[in-house]
Design a protein around this ligand. Structure first.
Ligand SMILES: [Zn+2]
Length: 71
């Protein structure tokens, strides 16, 4: 059996094999609830997953090497 990898608790940054616990990837129930409570804060809003409509307006760009240029 493979040992659980050590990860950092997203809330309190403690390192341990939290995936093997009841609250993985968090180290404890408290840390998991803290993170859920912060989900609606401003700093979490910007990390929403990208969706196709976020790229609308870009699909008409012609392909070309200019994309690699800095100007
Ligand atoms: Zn924690």
């Amino acid at each position: 059996m493979k040992p659980m990898p050590k990860i950092k608790c997203p809330t309190c940054k403690q390192v341990g094999d939290w995936f093997g616990g009841d609250h993985g990837p968090f180290c404890s129930r408290r840390c998991r609830l803290v993170d859920l409570g912060e989900w609606f804060n401003e700093e979490h809003r910007i990390s929403e997953p990208l969706r196709p409509e976020h790229f609308s307006g870009f699909e008409d760009l012609p392909p070309g090497d200019y994309l690699d240029q800095t100007e």
